[in-house]
Ligand binder design. Structure first.
Ligand SMILES: *Cc1c(COP(=O)(O)O)cnc(C)c1O
Length: 415
């Protein structure tokens, strides 16, 4: 295909790398572990990276590669790697840049498993994590030194709903020669262009919006090749001599991803490719409904505080608007009087589902403190700012009035 089209067209029309034998209109699901070669010579070329043929599906697979290509087309990333889950994307990306003795600068306000990966798993391998307040740029600058291998953040933290100034962070990262790695799961790439805000490596849990209705687990690493790895004494500076800004992708695709063995499965890639086709439409509807509900729920009896960064008066409203536009994600939180009130509300919901996960087509409600953060020590929850009073809502595609009606009855029934 020739000229670049608009995003919604590109979402649908990325051509296959090779013509399908049957002219299938959907990319076939190539459920094959390995691929046959005509000659030993061709095999050698493929295995030594001199030809682009598929060899083994832990490394590449045509269906997964097609999904990666579509994401590359619509984001302009230099390379996209699809993994088996969002956590696989985070661990593969971090293991590509971190080594014993290096440190990562991040916030305590993180997805639970990401926090545990940094605080426990990486610590066991001699990688230090420096938790600081990422909304305080001076604190970030002070925590960052020549051993820092990444500044890592979530663009809107969950459930705290905190927004860091990405351009400010990027400026610090540039002066310190540290890559900025962002988990952008909460605002998908149809609504937020991470590269324009100085993000070097973008991570997405494609389990969420992209899967198209919680069909499958998946994760993406997008490398924009914007970071100059040769400038500092980092793990990739040697590779950068031969590969320049592609050093991250080379290390990831030739070593880390092969050794970790967490590539996306062809079936998941098929479903997530379908999910991509409707991503923009679904995101628009869910995020608009979310903003409306966050506004309306604030007026219900018993609701102490509603937290959505798209609301006027929210402490991050201006920054959020400049980074994510009118509708910053399809998730909001609110506080009730107590943990008991939160449980009672959840138990009385009739339409909204009690479930974890984000950005299913169905609206989901959860009490984060007793579930996602339930195994953390109470003092850790306090430090992570996860309150016992908070309910988290992931808004789906239902009618807004029907959802509001369910919230209203679940709250009024407990008065
Ligand atoms: C869900 C989630 C993850 C983890 O993704 P999985 O696909 O469940 O492994 C990471 N970060 C954020 C912000 C998430 O919401």
């Amino acid at each position: 295909m020739s000229a670049k089209k608009s995003l919604e067209t590109d979402l649908l029309h990325t051509p296959y790398a090779k013509a399908d034998a049957y002219n299938a209109l959907s990319m076939p699901v190539y459920h094959s572990a390995a691929y046959e070669f005509d000659t030993a010579e061709q095999m050698e070329l493929a295995f030594t990276g001199k030809a682009a043929d598929h060899t083994y599906s832990r490394i590449t697979n045509p269906t997964v590669q097609y999904f990666e290509d579509r994401v590359r087309t619509i984001t302009g990333a230099f390379n996209v790697t699809a993994l088996n889950s969002g956590m696989a994307a985070i661990t593969n990306a971090i293991l590509t840049v971190a080594k014993a003795g290096s440190n990562i600068v991040t916030s305590r306000h993180l997805f639970g498993n990401t926090y545990s990966f940094f605080a426990s798993t990486l610590a066991d391998f001699g990688v230090e994590t420096r938790f600081c307040d990422l909304t305080n740029l001076n604190a970030v600058a002070e925590s960052t030194d020549e051993k820092t291998c990444a500044v890592f953040l979530e663009i809107i933290t969950n459930p705290q709903m905190e927004v860091a100034d990405l351009k400010g962070l990027s400026a610090i990262c540039k002066t310190k020669n540290v890559p900025l790695i962002a988990d952008t799961t909460i605002v998908p790439f149809c609504a937020f262009q991470a590269k324009n805000f100085g993000v070097d490596i973008e991570i997405v849990s494609s389990t969420k919006y992209i899967s198209g209705g919680a069909t499958s687990l998946g994760g993406l690493i997008l490398d924009y090749a914007t970071f100059d790895w040769s400038k500092s004494d980092n793990k990739l500076s040697g590779l950068a001599k031969s590969f320049g800004n592609a050093a991250f992708t080379v290390k990831l695709r030739k070593e880390i991803h092969r050794n970790m063995g967490a590539y996306m499965t062809p079936h998941a890639a098929y479903m997530q490719t379908l999910g991509l086709e409707t991503l923009e439409l679904r995101y628009l509807k869910a995020s608009q409904t979310c903003k409306e509900l966050a506004q309306r729920v604030a007026s219900l009896p018993g609701v102490e505080a509603t937290n959505y960064t798209g609301l006027t008066g929210n402490e991050y409203a201006a920054l959020s608007k400049s980074q994510f536009g009118e509708y910053p994600g399809a998730m909001f939180t609110f506080n009730l009087a107590s943990r008991e009130a939160a449980f009672s509300f959840l138990n009385k919901l009739k339409l909204v589902k009690r479930a974890t996960n984000l950005f299913d087509n169905k609206t989901l409600a959860i009490h984060p403190a007793s579930t996602i953060f339930g195994t953390f020590a109470p003092e850790d929850r306090v430090r992570m700012n996860v309150s016992d009073k908070t309910i988290r809502i992931s808004v789906g595609l239902e009618n807004a009035d029907d959802l509001f009606q369910d919230f209203t009855q679940a709250l009024s029934a407990q008065q």
